[in-house]
Design a protein around this ligand. Sequence first.
Ligand SMILES: [Zn+2]
Length: 617
Amino acid sequence: MQRCRSLLSLASVLVLTTSVALAAETISLTVDATKTPQKLLKSHEVIPVKPGPLTIYYPKWIPGEHGPNGPISSVTGLKFEGNGKVIPWVRDTLDVFTFHLDIPAGVTQLDASFDFIEPDGNSATDKLTVLEWNDVVLYPAGIKAEELSYEAKLVLPDGWKYGTPLPVNNASGKEINFKPISLDLLVDSPVIAGEFYRAVDITPPGEPIHHELDLVADSAEALNISSKNQQEMTNLVAESGKLFGTRHYRDYHFLLTLSDHVAHFGLEHHESNDSRLPERALIGPGAGMSLGGLLAHEFVHSWNGKFRRPADLAVPYYEQPMETDLLWGYEGLTDYLGPMLAARSGLWTADEYHEYLASIAAALGPGRPGRTWRPLLDTAIGEPGLGFGGRGWFTWKRGTDYYDEGDLLWLEVATIIHRESKGQKTIDDFCQTFHGGANNGPEVKTYTFDQLVATLNSIAPFDWATFFHTRLDSTAPEAPTGGIENGGWKVSFNGEPSKLSGRRGTPSDIYSVGLQLGPDGSVGDSIVGSPAFEAGISSGMKVIGVNGRVYTHDLLEDAIKAAKDSALPITLLVVNDDYINTATINYHGGARYPHLVRDEAKPDYLDDLIKAHAAGK
Ligand SMILES: [Zn+2]
């Protein structure tokens, strides 16, 4: 926190000393991606300048990533020139993303070039690439990203095709010239490209705005999305229109990369999302679950996160630190609405939705002792630096719980709106008010906690501020399952494995003995206070034996079942560093997996919320 504040004051001083020319002058950017198979991109910029001191930035705080994650260590071969002569640079002593130059007299254009080396297994393979422009761009200090104009050109390997929301001026051969655009929209408009590419129109009948699924994969076979999944993705678009009542984009591209050799995640943008799944995700079992789990979430972000954004997350340029305390709104509400829309559109069945809710409620209650020392709000505030980082001890440390717990929180909000309005209003009414307004294309409308509460009060008067503060500040050991219960369901444990088994890492015996194990027996987590933890097992160890036999997960499951009817403990052989120890686990509760069961004393409002709402399907 201290470091961030000193950077902020450094930046404001630099604004006064910048020698960049007028913001109205366009910066030209050429990205040569022809060496993608070698994991190298070449970036060249021509920046209008005037003589004197100049500060150049490489983007640091990346929108949607909520942290100072710009891949600066991948920038190499950096070179600045003016009138054909090299201009020396020096990196800022407090910030590795900042470079200082002194532009000589007579120089009006700065040539800036560097190579971007793809981080291992990140965004490029032999056959495809995902280009996020913040990776390959430099920008002058002192001007807001929305006021800097860029004219970008991309050169692709021979024969590659591409998909992007970025407006194209003209394209010929392997060169694409894009229309001039502000830096913030450039960074907001990625490109996917590859040898195996397919565009699928998923615009619902009668919908005036074009929606497209752009697929790029490591094989032609992987592009064969089923007609059922295409229809469900079209339903998703229709359901989003029904939920929000308006859109805030010119057209929308789901940019989906299918590869086992890129990092798997999703990143939201106003007019697209950059989502990555394993190569065979669309042609194997569970395609609808994968599409609904990832793409629906990223799509919702176009309204919630990109259009409506917490004011302290909306920064004018990428060197200014973000404040992340409202991520339970930005990510939490998205994490509730995404699965809800996945179920409404048929990508998920009602059963899958129930199992999903049970899995997160269980993981956040008995599976999360860290909640007794670290309130939910702190998981949001701590995101930069603490978010996804670190291995092991996850259930004691907590991580990005503002996602999943935000899901439960906003489900409860949905049920309270229904209750307090006596069935007259729904979460859809809230979304249409909060995320509504004219479609002016991609724009940002910021909000504060008080404005969020005021909008909820306009839908259903209630003490929303106390409601949120209570849940955000809580250190109670139980997960907030009020939404599930208000919706007419309960979380219950039995010996039947979850139908979603594997979603959160397999195999899991977390609710019985307290262990989350990798396929080879390595201990991903051991819940603090659980029978396994009390027997001496913790993260980083490896289970190699079960009751005298070499470890397999089946044998461990057998042992857990057998111990239920026996006074004998479960004995595990465990490697710790290079010592082998015996852990004696006194657990006799049998296998335990979470599920949702109906509470017949209450109406089933939970399923009302996930029924198809859009007509004509
Ligand atoms: Zn998200």
